[in-house]
Design a protein around this ligand. Structure first.
Ligand SMILES: [Zn+2]
Length: 340
């Protein structure tokens, strides 16, 4: 199988965004957002939005299944209060669940969480458990729910531990994924995402999180941000901080995806990080959706870059299927239940 660990429902019905707009207008007006209501979305609308977009591209590119989560830039944990974020997360996750029930062999669900900077993660844990009960296999954990202010403690701080305890208990890995940027100096997908990936990696070097949670697993998307390119810097910083090598200290529990959108980047990733810590991902559809004029191919058709490399069958199997089934045990169970 070819499994893409990173896809978002960027093509959902406009009714979802209309619901969000109503929430945010009520919030801005100082009114209760609980009166916001989402119009019913039919199965036909969902099928249309998927068949003509993500599923079409998945099949054209030779893929089989995507771990599918709500549109990340729209999670917007910083945009309103926690009660509003709870209802928004429920609406988005319920829609993801319906997609994955309609296309069980092509999509497996990942959820977003209601979070509020500086506040306990009680509602996030509740939503995680609700989604796990519905069969979700993964979760997007926002390391900066302030949307660019970085008003939270680092991921190694004990304030995050209740969520980690639930992740370990449920055997769900977390993709470290920010949402939109509230700072115009940091473009959402060009700077804020990559900054966050890099910051998360450095936080993990500075701390000792996996000694406390040896079974916790993170995916740092977008190729691990700047970490692979600056690997020597991070090894040297770990040394200066009296920490073990990142390969021992961090990479027993952390995986990077292949969303770097050019072949030299993929080659660097493989040579520095190694095949065992890389999961195939494309972040299709929407982060960078154009065609590269140099190759004539879509930037986010990341399978094409991998297909050009002189890798063994064993390594291809790890990248496209084996690693992701290991990191996402609930996905493995879901596929086995379908004899896949
Ligand atoms: Zn993403």
């Amino acid at each position: 199988m070819i499994i893409d660990c990173h896809g978002h429902y960027t093509t959902a019905s406009s009714k979802l965004q209309a619901f969000r707009d109503e929430q945010l207008q009520l919030f801005a007006a100082g009114k209760s957002t609980s009166v916001a209501q989402m119009s019913a979305i039919s199965d036909d609308e969902i099928v249309d939005s998927i068949e003509n977009n993500q599923l079409k591209l998945l099949k054209e590119r030779g893929g089989d299944l995507t771990i599918f989560s709500p549109k990340a830039s729209a999670m917007g944990q910083h945009q309103a209060d926690i009660a509003t974020s709870v209802r928004w997360a429920q609406a988005c996750n319920d829609l993801i669940h319906r997609v994955c029930e309609l296309f069980p062999e092509n999509f497996a669900p990942g959820c977003q969480l209601p979070q509020e900077a500086g506040q306990p993660l009680t509602d996030a844990v509740t939503e995680l458990r609700r989604c796990a009960d519905m069969g979700f296999v993964g979760v997007n954990l926002n390391p900066d729910p302030s949307g660019g202010h970085w008003a939270c403690k680092p991921l190694t701080d004990e304030s995050w531990f209740p969520l980690y305890e639930a992740l370990v208990e449920l055997d769900v890995p977390a993709m470290i994924h920010v949402s939109g940027s509230c700072n115009e100096c940091h473009h959402t997908t060009g700077a804020h995402y990559i900054n966050a990936d890099t910051s998360a990696f450095m936080q993990l070097i500075q701390g000792d999180l996996f000694a406390r949670f040896p079974d916790l697993r993170f995916i740092i998307p977008h190729g691990g941000g700047a970490a692979p390119y600056h690997w020597g810097r991070y090894r040297g910083l770990a040394q200066m901080l009296g920490k073990p090598e990142p390969s021992e200290h961090v990479m027993k529990n952390v995986y990077f995806d292949t969303c770097v959108y050019h072949k030299p980047g993929i080659e660097l990733l493989l040579s520095v990080v190694g095949v065992d810590n890389i999961l195939f991902g494309s972040e299709m559809l929407g982060a960078v959706k154009g065609i590269d004029p140099d190759t004539g191919n879509y930037f986010d058709d990341t399978k094409k870059y991998l297909d050009q490399l002189p890798l063994s069958e064993t390594d291809y199997h790890k990248l496209f299927e084996g690693n992701v089934r290991k990191v996402f045990p609930r996905l493995d169970n879901r596929l086995k239940a379908m004899n896949l």
